[in-house]
Design a protein. Structure first.
Lengths: 240, 277, 261
């Protein structure tokens, strides 16, 4: 099976550009920008958002599973899981993407992207859940024990609902982080927005418009979300 | 500048303050709101030079807010505060209420010192550094002067051997004594004492109050005091003001207030407070 | 995937390539150190500006912080790589052309600016976490803003911001792997990927690469923990400097003993 990844050699070399051509063209070309916009928005909706949303769902669920397992597994197993999570969290997502890409040759790169982002961020989110679980007062556990509730029910009905509440803003912030990390997918040739931007710009070395638009779309999507999450965080803080 | 006729005549015993022409602190139509919650309303009073005034009243009556307004820790939402006859934060310029230039505000602020309920010593400095920091870098004193003053203040508050100690290694009472020394090192004309014994263990409250009595006896610094120690209030103050709901309901000489309060609210408050202890 | 069958090949390749791998590792470490240093400076400057009482400092700082946090690292990198040099192409003779065309420096710049903006937010937030009473005491002593910042607030905020800065530095190390796509910069990831070409046993190589990154990240974390311990010790007894929830804050909240507001 053959696979192609982008590497330094394949990316347009900025020093090999025909500088005369650059000088003769305008710095900003509205027509070019408008032409590029639909393709970029399409890539944004079809890939960038999909990876972010599905990746966040995976991360949110898997993160909770990890956090609960860390509490219920016997100590040696929990220790192994903890360091496995640390390992994934503390190594570059770029290398993980390439690693999985060349190891699981039968998977398509979009799936790989979604799974790697989901698992990587699950290790972050598990820390958020862990803090949330630890913030549930000891008295709640004791009360549940006093009522002879079975463990699964204690988790489902008592601990997790209380733990989840305070975690929402942090999870949201990690979702935004993941969103801003999606251009890393360029290393496994997933056609997310920034990769597409580069493809549009490459033939004529017109990168100004496409990368400025890409930056603005990231700003326009992440800043309002961050503000919303910040508000939510404040509201939750007051509610406590 | 609006003048205010104060009742400074009524200081029978105690070393009566030298009544200068202008009051040291004057509140004119002061109003303080936190959001929609009005804490102080139409407050007018003045404090003469050297006068020691204690503010009493139930929680939420606005006593602490008054000290914090004088220290510029809170924004003044209405009215004017004058220190030595000069506007502190806002002034009346041709009928318009305008903020005072920052420079003037800062200059006035150096005449005011404050001791907090929670001491607020700087944990990253030794006791000595806490005391000499502002005299050197704010007042521009020489290090030598500031240090000799600091040592004599530490002597005065009974901690001569703690100069190089770390604030957090001291007990609460010791920390508060250092905080008093730190405030006095600035040679303030006005000293604000905000519930300085409320966070202390009962057995060390007396030590701290004795030090403050000494300060009151040995200097003529003007004091504005918020406390729940009624005995202390009676001993040191020239005047007691009873607050309720952001207004002064009664004021007068401590002997009068504590023995024969006229206002029902004062009677109620004092019987509750004194009954407890 | 045929790791166990190809042991000997594997070692041969690694040994043949060890020089290049070490070069790549060195490049990654340089990116992390220089980028980290730049990010640190940017974080402190912008963070102090964003935490200052002056609107003239606060507003520009906020805009810069939100802008560089909001656009993705990769977009920033591409803007610096492909758009910024155009200014020099169009205006021959501008100074610093060599710097702009040095792709390694561009990488350092992108990492430094991006993580510096995140760091600035961490710095600003830690300033506000210093107990309110400390701020009030500095006002009561009439300290000027630079004075209180330098002598009282920052030394306490420092202990509080180290964990965030440590996390960000690890993020920067991880982010530096994207230097793999920068022309003329062969970082550790790029060399790992080159290693894939002469051999099929990619799995083990990449895994070793991940372990190396992990060890680098652990070193950063341990180093910063040492710094944090030291900073806390300076504040004495590891006492809680963080604004605590309850009784510590009399002047800001009504307490039982009668905070009056």
């Amino acid at each position: 099976m053959t696979r192609v990844t982008i590497s330094a050699a394949e990316i347009e070399d900025p020093t090999l550009v025909d500088e005369d051509q650059v000088r003769q063209s305008p710095f900003w070309d509205w027509e070019f920008a408008l032409d590029a916009l639909p393709d970029m928005l399409l890539a944004f909706l079809q890939v960038t958002l999909v990876v972010t949303v599905v990746g966040t769902l995976i991360a949110a669920v898997l993160g909770l599973v990890i956090a609960v397992l860390l509490r219920v597994l016997p100590a040696p197993l929990a220790w192994v899981l903890k360091w496995a999570a640390n390992f994934i969290r503390m190594t570059p997502i770029v290398v993980q993407l390439i690693f999985v890409f060349w190891t699981f040759m039968w998977l398509d790169s979009l799936t790989i992207g979604i799974v790697v982002f989901g698992v990587h961020y699950a290790t972050y989110m598990s820390e958020v859940y862990r803090a949330g679980i630890e913030s549930v007062p000891k008295g709640q556990w004791e009360a549940a024990t006093a009522l002879s509730m079975p463990p699964v029910r204690v988790w489902r009905k008592v601990v997790i609902p209380q733990a989840l509440r305070s975690t929402v803003p942090s999870l949201g912030n990690y979702a935004i982080s993941m969103f801003k990390d999606t251009p890393f997918l360029i290393v496994i040739s997933v056609a997310e927005m920034v990769t597409v931007a580069g493809q549009i710009g490459a033939p004529t070395f017109r990168y100004t418009e496409v990368y400025v638009i890409a930056g603005l779309i990231f700003l326009a999507a992440s800043y309002p979300t961050a503000v919303l999450i910040n508000r939510l965080e404040k509201r939750l803080a007051y509610a406590h | 500048m609006p003048t205010h006729t104060d009742s400074a005549g009524a200081h029978p015993d105690h070393s009566s303050p030298s009544s200068a022409a202008t009051p040291v602190i004057e509140f004119v139509d002061v109003e303080k709101r936190f959001g929609s919650n009005t804490v102080l309303k139409d407050l007018n009073f003045s404090v003469a030079r050297g006068e020691r005034v204690t503010l009493i009243g139930p929680s939420g009556s606005g006593k602490t807010t008054i000290l914090r307004l004088v220290m510029t820790l809170e924004e003044l939402t209405g009215g004017y505060i004058y220190v030595d006859g000069q506007p502190l934060t806002y002034e009346d310029r041709a009928g318009r209420r305008v903020p005072v230039p920052k420079k003037q505000q800062k200059a006035l602020r150096t005449r005011i010192g404050m001791v907090f309920q929670q001491f607020n010593l700087f944990p990253n400095m030794t006791v000595l550094e806490n005391i000499i920091e502002a005299p050197i870098h704010v007042l521009g004193q020489s290090k030598k002067d500031a240090m000799s003053k600091a040592y004599s203040l530490l002597e005065q508050v009974g901690l001569p051997d703690k100069a190089d100690a770390h604030p957090l290694s001291l007990s609460g009472g010791q920390q508060q004594r250092v905080a008093i020394a730190r405030a006095l090192a600035m040679d303030p004309e006005i000293l604000l004492l905000d519930e300085v014994t409320s966070a202390l263990d009962p057995e060390v409250v007396g030590d701290v109050l004795n030090i403050l009595r000494d300060v009151a006896d040995s200097t003529n610094v003007t004091m504005l005091i918020v406390t729940h120690e009624m005995g202390f209030a009676r001993d040191v103050s020239h005047k007691v003001m009873m607050f309720d709901g952001g207004r002064v309901v009664e004021e007068g000489h401590p002997d009068q207030i504590f023995t024969s309060p006229t206002h029902a609210r004062t009677q109620q408050f004092l019987s509750a407070v004194l009954g407890e202890s | 995937m045929d790791f166990f069958e190809d042991w000997s090949d594997y070692f041969e390749v690694v040994i043949n390539w060890s020089d290049r791998l070490l070069d790549g590792l060195l490049t990654t470490i340089q990116l992390t150190l220089y980028g980290g240093a730049l990010a640190f400076v940017i974080a402190i400057v912008l963070g102090l500006m964003a935490g200052s009482p002056s609107l003239w400092l606060r507003v520009p700082a906020r805009i810069i912080i939100e802008f560089f946090r909001g656009i993705s690292l990769v977009v920033l990198l591409f803007l610096l790589l492909y758009v910024l040099p155009q200014i020099w192409m169009r205006n021959p003779g501008l100074p610093f052309e060599g710097l702009v065309r040095n792709t390694f420096l561009v990488g350092v710049l992108a990492l430094g600016i991006n993580y510096g903006a995140y760091g600035a937010e961490a710095v600003r937030a830690s300033l506000t976490t210093v107990a309110k009473g400390q701020w009030e005491a500095t006002t009561a002593l009439s300290m000027s803003w630079p004075h209180k910042m330098r002598r009282v607030i920052f030394p306490q905020a420092w202990a509080l911001m180290i964990p965030s800065l440590s996390n960000l530095w690890v993020h920067l190390l991880k982010g530096s792997a994207i230097a793999y796509i920068i022309p003329f910069v062969s970082d550790f990831t790029a060399e790992l990927n080159n290693l894939r070409r002469p051999t099929d046993i990619w799995f083990s190589h990449a895994f070793i690469g991940l372990i190396v990154y992990f060890l680098l990240a652990l070193s950063i974390t341990l180093l910063m923990q040492l710094l944090e311990t030291r900073a806390k010790r300076r504040l004495g007894r590891g006492a809680p400097v963080r604004q605590s929830t309850s009784a510590d804050q009399p002047s800001s909240t009504a307490t039982t003993s009668g905070g009056s507001r």
